[in-house]
Structures are given as structure tokens and as C-alpha cells.
Design a protein around this ligand. Structure first.
Ligand SMILES: Nc1ncnc2c1ncn2[C@@H]1O[C@H](COP(=O)(O)OP(=O)(O)O)[C@@H](O)[C@H]1O
Ligand SMILES: [Mg+2]
Length: 358
């Protein structure tokens, strides 16, 4: 049982503001992913949680207990690092047992706990070996096994899969998800990989330059990014952005006039013409061969068959956007097409700030 409250936590290194007044609540047994580009402060925030960094200001509460001044060992936290940090001179068994030995548990109990963690991670047959005698993926399992044996209230993981090759990463990602489901632990998981974040997180906290931008369920972050940056960072391909002007007559994208009906409920027109960006994902555009109401005209620049979908790059005025079509539709480069955007899936963003309007 562990609920975490991060309250206005700030951490600087000289002039660098690594974590800027971050406010975040992580629920008991939640899998929270911290996502953001390299250097945005993810590791620093995690290390503050673990007590490996002193915060400049703010507080960290675990189960409503203020642990801000506590040393790491008093926080009931286990951590898995990016570089697996397993000891080369210790056998797999001793590596997994490390935390338990620190707790001075009886020998029998250590054997039992190491055995069950090893079983869970399917490395029972490696216990006698040394790290140099096992693969990268297996070393990663050892690091995870060691972290879970201590049965901490909170499990912190910092890019635990980033040292693995692509195939192994996919496999370990699914395994981790299953494993953590079974553990009923509160997890804070750091990654710069948006697919990993979408696949693993109960919620995703998106960071940029030390700031927390959005905290939401994966599909919510994907469908309704709070800013242009998030729409562009999450998803493959990234969200498309088209400059547009909204006035009392309609939504104007280049030469095309679209209906005000596309605007969401709750949109308030500022009175004068408003410059915005329309954010729309490749799969939320219907591609047609002839003109239709509320359809943007474009010319296909290139077609990329990706197996399950054909990805089209389309020139709309001066902009290039990407849209998905079914492979059987057989669109060709050079064709003129018309595109209807799903109004429920459009993000309307302020042209200056990139912040979503409604
Ligand atoms: N020990 C440190 N000393 C000085 N600067 C640091 C230190 N640790 C991190 N930083 C800086 O803080 C910022 C955030 O780093 P970090 O938390 O490692 O980002 P991330 O994990 O998101 O890649 C970066 O600008 C980084 O250079
Ligand atoms: Mg990092």
C-alpha cells in the first residue's frame, strides 16, 4: 500500500532547473510512467523520490508521511536502473539476494524469496551463473528480480529496457506488464519511449524541460494532447498540424473553407479572427477520391505501404501531412484527394503557445 504525493518539488543543478515545481499524485498500486525527451528531468525526479537527490524545495509524501528528509533506506523503495547495476563478482543468486541480505533475513527465507522471484522471471536455471555468463536480457531480469524480492512499497524503474535490442525489448515489455500486475506495487517508470509509455502506463506524466505538462490515461494523452509538443512527441507518425484561421464565417485552412461545426462544444470565439493550429492524427482522416463537404484538398506526395496500412504523405497548400489508408484502396503518388477530419479527434491549439484551446 503506497500512495505518493509529489508537492511542488524543485531541483536545480547550478543554473539548470532539472525539475521545476512538479506536482503529482501517484495512486496506490498505480503504474505511473514519466515520459519525456532526454534531459527533461525524469531521472532527477525519480532520484528525488528515492532520496538519492536532495530537493531544493517542495515535499515528497509516501502514504501521507513526509519522507523528504529521509535517507533512501527509510523510504521502502526499490529501484531498477538503466544500467542494470548488478554486481559482476556475485552469482545471479547472490545478486537477487543482495537486498535481502542487507535486511539480515534468515537463510531459508532468502532462498525461498530468491527462488520465487527467479521463477517469476524465468531465470531459475541461471542462479549459479555470474553476470558475464548470461545475456543482456537475462541480466535485466536479474535486476528486476532483485528489486522485487525486497517487497518494497514502491518500485522505481529508470529506462529498464533501454539497453536491450528491439526484439527483446518488446518481449520484456509484455513480461514486465504481466509481472507488475501480479505484484500490486506502486510503480514509477521512466522512459523516453512513447510506445513503452502507452503500452505500460495506467497513467502517463509527460515532462518537458523540467516541467510537468500533462498527466492522463494513455489514450487520453494520445487523443487529447494538452499541447502541440505532446501531440508531436507521442504517436507514430506524430500528430499533423495545420495552420488555420477561425472567424465568424468558418474555419479557413489555406484556400479551403470548413464549417464551424467542426469546432468542439465549449469553444468560445474571441470575436476577431483567431489563428490556430489544427492537430489531427493520420488515422483520423477519411480519404476520398472526390470533393465533399468539409474536405481538404491535397495531392499525394508519396505512398508508403506498411503492411496493415498505406501511409500517404499529402501536400495541402504549403503543408505536408500524413494520413492512413487501407492498402486495398490503392492510392498512387500524384493523385488529387479530399480529406475529411473526424471532428471528435481534432485538437485545436493556440498558434503562439501550442496549448490546446478546449
Ligand atoms: N548530477 C548532475 N549535475 C549537473 N546536472 C545534472 C545532473 N543530473 C542531471 N543534470 C541535468 O539536469 C537535467 C535533467 O537531467 P535528467 O534528469 O537526467 O534527464 P532525463 O532523465 O529526462 O534524461 C539535464 O539538463 C541534465 O544535464
Ligand atoms: Mg534519464
Amino acid at each position: 500500500m503506497a500512495e505518493i504525493h509529489i508537492q511542488e518539488v524543485r531541483k536545480t543543478f547550478g543554473k539548470v532547473v532539472a525539475v521545476n515545481n512538479v506536482e503529482l499524485t501517484i495512486h496506490d498500486q498505480e503504474f505511473m510512467v514519466l515520459l519525456g525527451p532526454s534531459g527533461c528531468g525524469k531521472t532527477t525526479l525519480l532520484r528525488c523520490l528515492a532520496g538519492l537527490e536532495d530537493v531544493d524545495s517542495g515535499r515528497i509524501l509516501i502514504n501521507n508521511e513526509d519522507v523528504t528528509e529521509y535517507p533512501p533506506r527509510n523510504r521502502h523503495i526499490a529501484m531498477v536502473f538503466q544500467s542494470y547495476a548488478i554486481f559482476p563478482h556475485l552469482s545471479v543468486f547472490e545478486n537477487i539476494a543482495f537486498g535481502l541480505r542487507m535486511q539480515h533475513l534468515p537463510k531459508k527465507e532468502i532462498e525461498k524469496k530468491v527462488g520465487s522471484a527467479a521463477e517469476l522471471l524465468q531465470i531459475e536455471n541461471l542462479l549459479e551463473r555470474f553476470p558475464a555468463q548470461i545475456s543482456g536480457g537475462q541480466r535485466q531480469r536479474v535486476a528486476v528480480a532483485r528489486a522485487i524480492t525486497v517487497e518494497a512499497d514502491v518500485l522505481l524503474m529508470d529506462e529498464p529496457l533501454s539497453n536491450l535490442d528491439a526484439l527483446l525489448r518488446l518481449e520484456m515489455r509484455a513480461e514486465l506488464k504481466r509481472l507488475i500486475n501480479e505484484l500490486h506495487t506502486t510503480v514509477v517508470y521512466v522512459t523516453h519511449d512513447q510506445v513503452e509509455a502507452l503500452s505500460l502506463g495506467d497513467r502517463i506524466a509527460v515532462m518537458k524541460s523540467g516541467n510537468l505538462l500533462q498527466v492522463d490515461k494513455p489514450l487520453e494523452v494520445y487523443d487529447h494532447p494538452a499541447t502541440e509538443f505532446i501531440g508531436g512527441f507521442i504517436g507514430n507518425p506524430p500528430m499533423n498540424f495545420l495552420p488555420a484561421v477561425i472567424d465568424t464565417g468558418g474555419v479557413h485552412v489555406g484556400e479551403t473553407d470548413l464549417s464551424l461545426d467542426l469546432l468542439p462544444e465549449g469553444y468560445k470565439h474571441p470575436g476577431s479572427a483567431q489563428n490556430v493550429k489544427i492537430g489531427i492524427r493520420a488515422e483520423n482522416v477519411k480519404v476520398l477520391r472526390g470533393p465533399e463537404k468539409n474536405a481538404l484538398m491535397g495531392k499525394i506526395f508519396v505512398v508508403e505501404p506498411l503492411g496493415s496500412t498505406n501511409l500517404l504523405t499529402v501536400v495541402v497548400g504549403k503543408e505536408y501531412i500524413k494520413v492512413n489508408t487501407h492498402p486495398t484502396e490503392n492510392f498512387q503518388a500524384g493523385e488529387e484527394i479530399w480529406m475529411q477530419m473526424d471532428s471528435n479527434k481534432i485538437s485545436w491549439m493556440d498558434v503562439e503557445t501550442g496549448v490546446t484551446l478546449v
